[in-house]
Structure formats: structure tokens, C-alpha cells
Design a protein around this ligand. Structure first.
Ligand code: MN
Length: 561
């Protein structure tokens, strides 16, 4: 690895070599806006990617070894029938003769575990503060009032008061509107799109309390379920609808779209415009490592016809992919920078919502990454000219924001003076946070929350609850909604393959920094991460359910899986 150098400062003797490298390299990277309509992704060509983008030998051998337990496990699963529903939920526990049994098996039907998953589950980015109930329950304020006057809401559930206290939160899955439902070998699949209402109920002791589910609304039949107005199985059904919706939202929007795919333009523009020894290129390549190759593999083996998304998720394949497109259209890199997203969802106030592990641990990592990026870029960008004359950086930003290139919304298209450096730091910090902490949090939590299928099935296999006339759901009907054994085993396998292996660790790189100053900055970053690791361990010791997914030692540098 050569010494880092801005292009305008490159020795004259090296300039043509630098340009040759860039020309050769950039030949491999082109934008494609047609694979998913309007989305800037990598154009697949016969030429393929440069060798260093492919999984390394270390990656392949280690990942294969980590995944070996899966086939032994699946051979040891006792089977009755492929497609007939199981008799009881407990039967799904048979899928773990060898593999680790997720802890959620013990608690998944409780309201506490249901609410806790909004705060530290696999998809902890949906919960929003309620400003106006009518925004989420257009026809139902009267329904709430009726429940209240009939005494069917507990006395501490005064909605007007809770609204005033700003302790009402909502998960709104109407954004999944593109999905009508696909088919499987024996019939149709369905996707409920409910709106779930929660309240933070303080216990009166400092930060203690808990998030509780208040109501779940099915807009399609305008039916309001609460733990107080329906029997146990029917309430389980309502919560199951939320879990199914959340699983689809997680895989297509949070995980595939808003980590894997929205980062592709950065990898493409970096490959095209930042030379091997450009300081920003050196840093970013570590955090974009293997991603393009991994995403291409995903296109071939996850979102292909008869592949896992087609089989397991609720929609037809085109419907599920439409969720990716919808999730992209409502995303931009500025609004989804970690602290901004937390603020925009109104969940930033620790007095109103004292317990939110994803927010609190994420904040520590955001601050550490921000400081690291600031110190690193400040080594190279010290005066206005350092930025304005850096033509590789300007080309990079132009390509990222141009309509024919990365179409990146929410980032500047030029960085021309030192006054623009904070914006560049913010941008690079956001990229590293999404590639590292955010992706790891939503990727590696998949096993705990999705491997045991009754907690989070990815589709409903019966629409029995969609009958507006039907007042209650029986145990047998619940079992018909859950995926049949064949699909459940496929869900476990796919989830296991996606979350069993960790390639590297945030802040730990191969020997990439030749510059002693950069080495020092990276070393300080690792020390900071160790402090954060200890703080999260302390927090987890006090939490009822530990949240391990943002422990720095479990976070990767890049979206490599
Ligand atoms: Mn992933």
C-alpha cells in the first residue's frame, strides 16, 4: 500500500501512474438504473469486479466452516410432513436439535417481549412518537373513546393524557402497501399491514418502566385489537400480524434497501474516482469491502426466482422488490444519518423513552466514528485548497450526486473550501455507521428473532383473520397462519446462513495505514471502542434483556454478509 497523497500533491513522476491505475480500475465500475427501477446499483458485466472486491480465501474457508453445523442440524430434525401445519407452536422447537436455541423461544408470546423487540429487536428503527392519533387511526378515535368509557382500557391508559405526556409511540406498517400476497405450492400467502400503538409506562423509579402494547389496528378491516377487548388467542393473532409485517419491513426495507443497496453508489464512485492512495479511498475501501460482491451474490441467490425471498416473504417476488424501491424513494443519506433519524422519529428524548438500547448504544458508536473520521480527514484537509484542488474528491462527489450516477440525495455535490469539511465528515461518518454498526445490528439479530419461526414468520399462510365478521381466532387457526414445516426450515436455514459468520471487526484493519499519523488516529479509535465495549457490558448487566448487537467487538467494518 503506497503512502496516502491527495491528487494535487502527487509527485509529477507518479502522476501518470496514478491516472493509469484509476483508468484501469474505473473500467470495472458502472451504474445501472434498470435492475430495480430508478435505483443506482452496480452494472453487472462480463468483465466482473477487480479481484480485491471478491471474497478472499480466508473469507470463503472461514464462512464455510462456520456454516457447517447447519446441514448436520437439518439432517437431525425429525420430520412428519412438509406442508401440513404443525399441531402446536412447540413443534417449531424441533428445528434446533444441534443449533443454538434462540432465547426468544421462552418469551415470544408475552407482551413484554413483543414491545421490547421494537426497542432492541431485529428492526429497531420503525418506532415513532405519536403526534396525532388521527394520523395513524383515521377512523378510530371514537373506538378508543368507546373502549375507555366501557372501562375496557386500564385506568392508567388515558390516551389524551399520554398524548400530552408524549409517551405514545407507533409502528406503522401501512408502508408495505405494495404487497398483496404471493403463492406457494399449496395456496396463497398474505401480508397484514397493521398499525401498532405502544405507551411508555413509567414505574416511578428514575429510568425504570416499560413499553407496553396498547392496541393494534388492522386498517383493511378497520378492526381494533387490544389486550383488553379480545381473548388470548385473538390478541396473539394481532401481535403475530405485527411480527409478520415487521419481518417483511426488516428484510426488504431496513436490511436489503437501507444498508446493502443504498451503500452501492459509494462503492461504485469510490472505485471510479478515488485512486489507490487517495486518503479517503484508503479509509472507505475498508468499510465497503466485499459489499459489491456480496450484493451480487444476493441478487443471484436471495432475490432470484424460487429463491429465499420469493419462497419466504409474503409478497410475490416483484411485490417484495417494490418494497425495496419504495424504501429507497423515502430514504436520503442526510435524514437517515443515525442521530437525525432518531430525532425525526421523535424517540430522542431519554426522559420520555428512557429505555432504548439501539438508540443509546448507537449514539456511543456514532460519536466515536465521528471523532475518528474528523481526526483522520483533518490530517489531509488543512487549508481551503486541499479540498478545492482535490479533483478526485470533486469527481467522486459529482458522480455520487448526478442523475446518471449515484443520484444520492442529501449530500453536497462539491466540497470546495474548509467550511465544507464538516459536511464531508458527516457524510463519511454516516457511510461508515451504515456499513458497520447499522448493518451488523440488523443483520446479526436475525438469528435470535427470526430463526425460531413463530416469533417472526415472514408470511401469513392463511387470511382467516381478515374476515371482518370473525370475532375470535382459535388456536388451530393460529397454526394455519404460521409457515408450514417446509417453509419454516427454509427460513431457519436462510437466516442461519446470513448471520453465522463475522469476517472482521470495526476499526481493526489489515495493515492499510502507511502514514504514522493515520495509524495513531486509528489506534485512538480502537481504544475508544474498547471503552464503549465496557460501557455496553455495564448497561447490559442492568438491562432485563441484554442488547449485544452494537457491542463494538460484534460489529463489522463492512456489509460483507
Ligand atoms: Mn446483510
Amino acid at each position: 500500500m503506497p503512502l496516502p497523497c491527495l491528487p494535487q500533491k502527487e509527485l509529477e513522476a507518479n502522476q501518470s501512474m496514478r491516472q493509469d491505475w484509476l483508468d484501469r480500475n474505473s473500467d470495472h465500475y458502472h451504474f445501472d438504473h434498470n435492475y430495480l427501477p430508478g435505483m443506482p446499483l452496480l452494472l453487472t458485466t462480463d468483465q466482473g469486479l477487480p479481484f480485491y472486491e471478491n471474497f478472499s480465501v480466508k473469507y470463503i474457508t472461514e464462512r464455510l466452516a462456520e456454516t457447517a453445523d447447519l446441514s448436520i442440524n437439518m439432517l437431525a430434525v425429525p420430520f412428519t410432513s412438509f406442508w401440513d401445519p404443525f399441531d402446536e407452536v412447540k413443534d417449531y422447537e424441533r428445528f434446533f436439535p444441534i443449533l443454538h436455541r434462540p432465547g426468544i423461544i421462552q418469551t415470544f408470546q408475552t407482551d413484554a417481549a413483543f414491545a421490547e423487540q421494537r426497542l432492541c429487536g431485529v428492526n429497531p428503527v420503525v418506532l415513532k412518537k405519536v403526534e396525532k392519533l388521527e394520523d395513524y387511526f383515521p377512523n378510530t378515535p371514537d373506538l378508543f373513546k368507546k373502549l375507555q368509557t366501557e372501562g375496557k382500557l386500564p385506568s392508567n391508559h388515558n390516551l389524551d393524557q399520554m398524548l400530552k405526556d408524549e409517551v405514545l409511540f407507533v409502528c406503522d406498517y401501512r408502508v408495505l402497501k405494495a404487497v398483496k400476497g404471493g403463492n406457494y405450492d399449496k395456496g396463497r400467502k398474505f401480508l397484514p399491514k397493521p398499525v401498532a400503538l405502544f405507551a411508555w409506562i413509567s414505574s416511578g423509579f428514575s429510568d425504570r418502566g416499560q413499553l407496553v402494547p396498547i392496541a393494534i389496528h388492522d386498517p383493511e378491516i378497520d378492526r381494533l385489537y387490544t389486550p383488553f377487548n379480545c381473548d388470548a388467542n385473538t390478541w396473539l393473532y394481532a401481535k403475530l400480524c405485527v411480527q409478520i409485517a415487521d419481518g417483511n419491513h426488516h428484510e426488504m426495507i431496513t436490511h436489503l434497501c437501507r444498508t446493502h443497496f443504498v451503500m452501492e453508489p459509494f462503492a461504485i464512485a469510490t472505485g471510479q474516482h478515488l485512486a489507490e492512495n487517495h486518503p479517503l479511498g484508503i479509509l472507505l475501501r475498508q468499510h465497503l469491502r466485499f459489499m459489491l460482491f456480496n450484493n451480487q451474490l444476493g441478487r443471484q441467490r436471495l432475490i432470484n426466482r424460487e429463491g429465499p425471498v420469493d419462497h419466504l416473504l409474503a409478497g410475490t417476488l416483484p411485490e417484495s422488490l417494490q418494497l425495496v424501491v419504495d424504501g429507497y424513494e423515502s430514504w436520503n443519506i442526510q435524514e437517515f444519518a443515525f442521530p437525525t433519524d432518531i430525532q425525526n422519529r421523535g424517540v430522542d428524548d431519554v426522559n420520555k423513552l428512557p429505555h432504548y438500547p439501539f438508540r443509546d448504544d448507537g449514539q456511543l458508536l456514532w460519536e466515536a466514528i465521528h471523532k475518528y473520521v474528523k481526526e483522520y480527514l483533518s490530517i489531509y484537509y488543512q487549508i481551503d485548497n486541499d479540498l478545492s484542488l482535490d479533483f478526485e474528491l470533486q469527481d467522486w462527489a459529482t458522480k455520487l450526486t448526478s442523475p446518471g450516477g449515484g443520484k444520492m440525495k442529501g449530500m453536497p455535490s462539491t466540497f470546495t473550501s474548509l467550511a465544507d469539511l464538516p459536511a464531508l465528515i458527516e457524510l463519511v461518518c454516516t457511510v461508515i455507521f451504515i456499513c458497520g454498526p447499522l448493518h451488523s445490528a440488523v443483520n446479526y439479530a436475525q438469528y435470535e428473532f427470526m430463526a425460531f419461526v413463530p416469533n417472526m414468520p415472514l408470511a401469513a399462510y392463511s387470511n382467516v383473520g381478515q374476515d371482518a365478521e370473525k370475532k375470535t381466532i382459535s388456536q388451530a387457526e393460529l397454526m394455519q397462519i404460521l409457515p408450514p414445516p417446509k417453509r419454516a426450515s427454509e427460513q431457519l436455514s436462510s437466516i442461519y446462513i446470513l448471520s453465522a459468520y463475522r469476517y472482521d471487526r470495526l476499526g481493526y484493519y489489515d495493515d492499510i495505514f502507511q502514514d504514522p499519523q493515520a495509524r495513531e488516529v486509528a489506534e485512538r479509535f480502537r481504544q475508544e471502542l474498547t471503552v464503549i465495549e465496557n460501557r455496553i457490558d455495564e448497561r447490559n448487566a442492568r438491562r432485563l434483556i441484554p442488547y449485544p448487537y452494537l457491542k463494538p467487538s460484534l460489529v463489522l467494518n463492512s456489509i460483507s454478509i
